[in-house]
Design a protein. Structure first.
Ligand code: SF4
Length: 345
């Protein structure tokens, strides 16, 4: 039903008192929630209240206040590659189109926390410059629409956006990055599926824990699959949330069962206030290696580090690819350039 997801959004919980009506907050959580911007849908909070792991990812904690060495508001240096008000151009053939600053739920480890939930984000009236940039750069073949969460936009707005991008002859792939099937599965309506199918969109979905694979989320993903929408997932590796083999096995098998191919296991970006979420890189290597031989090949994603400063995603297969220099891990990207990930011992 089209109204159901809008009611969920209208009922988002954004205050400490609102949270306390549903979950019993610790003193630390209450104090942190009172001083920070956060949001969670009633649906996702009903999932989170029964999941000690997911609770850490949406309810603020005081540890967020601390900025560890090397952490930045824009760890991937996206702002240095901004070519239009809503467009980031990093890889030669790919652009990142940031169409909204709104998300149904604000993840506490969000790489784009510098903009997500902030009112000063540019509105659709500024999309024109981004469209023109894409149209005038024939090397662009892949457009990743992200934000914020694009699937929180209306059907009409999405249809217009996708129509314009799909009209560019050299664009061969259009992807949307979204966490909606996990946090607002009611949004996956017949109308939305038909728009995504019409524009041949791939979905890059954000899942972090098997507790997210509720009957509602499974139904939403199966509906997308039945509509012919290709889906893959990105999982951020998070300390105390999903940094153990059993949790990852459950998540990745669960995703395959709903037609979502596990694609990336991402080392958590060094965004300001994320130290309590970040695992050592050595732990990520150990985990990805532990999956081989335990689950079928299609269920295993690539473990990647997004090179700080904008070097792109670098697949890490073994410890031979990295070198530790004190509190940093050093590695090379696809161009052979060296990048440093701040990883305090
Ligand atoms: S869904 Fe993505 S963009 Fe939105 S808050 Fe979470 S990590 Fe950030």
């Amino acid at each position: 039903m089209d109204s159901e997801w809008k009611e969920e959004l209208a009922g988002r919980i954004t205050t400490a008192d609102g949270l306390a009506e549903v979950v019993e907050l610790t003193d630390d959580e209450r104090a942190a929630a009172e001083g920070r911007v956060f949001a969670v849908t009633p649906y996702y909070l009903s999932v989170v209240r029964n999941s000690a792991a997911l609770r850490k990812t949406v309810i603020p904690r005081s540890a967020e206040k601390y900025r560890a060495i090397g952490e930045l508001a824009d760890p991937l240096g996206e702002e240095n590659h901004r070519v239009a008000p809503n467009l980031i151009h990093t890889y030669p053939d790919k652009v990142l189109f940031l169409v909204t600053a709104f998300c149904p739920v604000y993840c506490r480890y969000c790489t784009r926390s510098r903009m997500v939930g902030k009112n000063e984000f540019k509105t659709t009236s500024t999309f024109e410059e981004s469209f023109q940039y894409i149209e005038s750069h024939p090397e662009i073949r892949d457009v990743l629409i992200s934000g914020g969460d694009p699937l929180a936009m209306t059907d009409d707005a999405l249809d217009k956006l996708l129509s314009r991008i799909r009209a560019v002859p050299h664009v061969r792939m259009v992807r949307i990055g979204s966490k909606v099937p996990a946090v607002l599965p009611q949004r996956i309506t017949d109308g939305l599926c038909s728009i995504l199918r019409k524009h041949r969109v791939w979905l890059s979905l954000h899942f972090i824990h098997p507790d997210e694979l509720t009957p509602e989320t499974k139904t939403a993903c199966r509906k997308l699959a039945d509509s012919g929408i290709g889906m893959f997932s990105q999982t951020v590796l998070l300390k105390g949330v999903n940094d153990d083999t059993q949790t990852l096995v459950e998540l990745f098998y669960g995703l395959l069962e709903i037609n979502v191919k596990p694609y990336y296991l991402l080392q958590c970006d060094p965004v300001s206030g994320s130290a309590h979420f970040r695992t050592p890189v050595e732990k990520g290597i150990e985990l990805i290696q532990s999956l081989h031989g335990k689950i079928s090949g299609p269920a295993i994603p690539q473990y990647v580090i997004d090179a700080p400063g904008g070097g792109g995603k670098v697949p890490i297969l073994s410890s031979a690819q990295i070198r530790r220099e004190g509190d940093e891990v050093v590695f090379q990207n696809y161009e052979g350039r060296e990048y440093r990930y701040p990883d305090p011992m």
